[in-house]
Design a protein around this ligand. Sequence first.
Ligand code: ZN
Length: 387
Amino acid sequence: MAKPTGDPALIKQINTSIVLECILQYAPLSRAAIAQKTGLNKATVSSLVQDLIDRQLVLEVGAGASSGGRKPVMLMFNSRAGFAIGIDVGVNYLRSILTDLDGTMLQQLHHPVIDCRHDAVITAISECIDQFKQQAPDSPYGIIGIGVGVPGIVNEEGTVVFAPNMGWSQVELKHALEKLYQLPVMIDNEANAGALGEHIYGAGRPYRDQIYVSAGIGIGTGIVLHNKLYKGSSGFSGELGHLSIQFDGRSCSCGNQGCWELYASEHALLEAGAAYGYHDIHAMLQAAEQNKPHMRELFHDIGTYLGIGIANIANIFNPEAVIIGNRMSLAAEWIRPAIEQAVSQRTLRFHHKRLLIQFAELGEQSAVRGAAYYAIEAFWTEVKSGH
Ligand SMILES: [Zn+2]
């Protein structure tokens, strides 16, 4: 029987992908270490590494520690081979960043959004992209892609099917931006982008299973299971802001009533604060710092509602950590005790034992950093697939 043989070009591509993945995951490391980790022989590794160096995707970065003989040359992926753009579309702001392939932020823009009709927002997004394209340092691959987080439901084609707080439905955002820029564009829900941002660069790094709660004007959740974003069968998972927590509660724009986000979001906070003459979260934070009892109480109530929703989520998913992000994380100091109290009262004992409640480490940048990461990840996937 003939031995199965493979197309040499295909084998080379598969091996290149293995070597590159090894460098992305473990760098800095030597050629010998790659051979050891991948099981490929040293000559093959050397030739594939040389190929990656020629393509300016990998760099030699000085000598590592010697294990007796000559010090080995260490390898790194070239974080300046190209640059990514991340965009976070908020209900009342637009945040955008330029990063290298390591996710390090080089530039940031932040604009208030007054007109949130989709045409106006797309124009505002393209102004940011144009600016970054001009300002990005020279690099072999230039701008490698654009990732966008939006406060709404996004389908697999990158169409925003529904963003009630923006008044959007069926906005073909990916299509529109790809047509303008001929670059890969990734669109996702801002809570998924935030979950990814915290998982890769922030408070979620140590955890395999985690739930990111984006508590802004609305509430969205991003679910990371086994180190992967769980997207559901149509990409629509994570609408836990519409978890019903009051069976006879207020009506929600989603058609349900008593939804979690009506009680635990920044919107709920602003509504309650208006009765005391406050119109933004910063004024309320200041009042809490000045020991104003009504503001302390208000934060406590919001914290309790956040904790109730988190307890339900913890009972379903049994995550290692719940990470609270977006605007409500600014109030961490004032809402944390109430959240912890509600969670410990309402979570099943077994689930609660190992559950950590954390606040986003990247602050208001969780989603925009995650958005840029989508572009970076897509770039390496493309390289590994031989394109
Ligand atoms: Zn709802």
